[in-house]
Design a protein around this ligand. Structure first.
Ligand code: NAP
Length: 247
């Protein structure tokens, strides 16, 4: 029987779904989490936590653990991990596939201001406004440094530095509803929404809420990732892996 041991690079709900789909399809699965979230929602099956130590560390891990393929299901903004995955898979001589949700696209009624980086998004928020920023601990510090706005920052876990008095932090994990997002933006008299183009349904209600309230959305484009065979659905990736690793 051919080795069917898959390393899933996770940290997303798609990665958790993928672990279940691959296990059900008879693959052996190890899910890897970066270890940045203190209380992560865990996938089914074996889980490891923490960085690998760059491309070299990951290449060594792939060989030591006899990994047959990498399934990169990291967040669309986790560009470094995806880049390392491609390089390490090449070194180890195994396939690297990607599971990636499609990006959000603007439609009628949307007022998107598209920017290409977090720094550009920070600079795009006008002074004396009330932005709602949905970002992780990694990026939020840049926004919190803006002393000239009264902002609402929503994230999953508190940053490990102080929050200035002109910012309110809300700790919440999706999924969110249109009614809830509209009520939140109204309650805090939000003037702008700032978000990364994460894609997916769990957190898209904020876009519909902003549209309904006529608010501008500062939309941060995804970073580029090296091209590999990519799939929007776990079952498609599983089917492709099944073909690649058939006996
Ligand atoms: P990143 O910048 O692409 O990666 C930074 C380093 O973190 C990597 O070089 C690697 O360390 C380690 N790492 C990242 N993902 C890992 C994983 N799944 N397993 C083991 N190590 C991992 O990543 P990031 O943007 O900080 O995201 C960290 C994690 O949070 C990812 O797993 C991602 O799926 C999840 N996440 C990110 C976002 C976001 O907006 N960026 C949002 C939701 C969830 P070594 O070099 O030491 O191997």
């Amino acid at each position: 029987m051919r080795n069917r041991r898959i390393l899933i690079l996770g940290g997303t709900h798609e990665a958790r779904d993928l672990a279940g789909v691959l296990l059900a399809a008879g693959f052996e699965v190890i899910s890897s989490l970066a270890g940045v979230t203190e209380h992560p929602v865990l996938p089914e099956g074996t889980v490891r936590r923490g960085g690998f130590g760059g491309v070299e560390g990951l290449s060594d891990y792939l060989v030591a653990e006899r990994i047959a393929a990498i399934a990169d299901a990291t967040h669309p903004f986790a560009a470094q991990m995806s880049g390392h995955a491609v390089q390490a898979a090449r070194t180890a001589g195994i396939p690297c596939l990607r599971l990636e949700r499609p990006p959000w696209v603007s439609g009628a009624g949307d007022r998107w201001i598209c920017v290409s980086s977090v720094a550009e998004a920070v600079a795009s928020v006008p002074a004396r406004t009330r932005p709602m920023v949905t970002a992780g601990r990694k990026e939020i510090g840049l926004f919190l440094a803006r002393a000239d706005v009264a902002g609402l920052a929503r994230m999953i876990e508190l940053p490990d530095f102080g929050v200035p008095g002109n910012w309110t932090v809300l700790l919440q994990r999706g999924p969110f509803t249109l009614a809830g997002e509209t009520a939140l933006m109204t309650q805090y008299a939000i003037s702008h929404l700032v978000t990364k183009n994460a894609g997916g349904d769990d957190t898209s209600a904020k876009l519909a809420a902003a549209r309904g309230l006529g608010l501008p959305v500062i939309m941060i484009a995804r970073p580029a990732k090296p091209p590999v065979p990519s799939f929007a659905r776990a079952c498609e990736l599983a089917a492709h892996l099944g073909e690649l690793l058939s006996p």
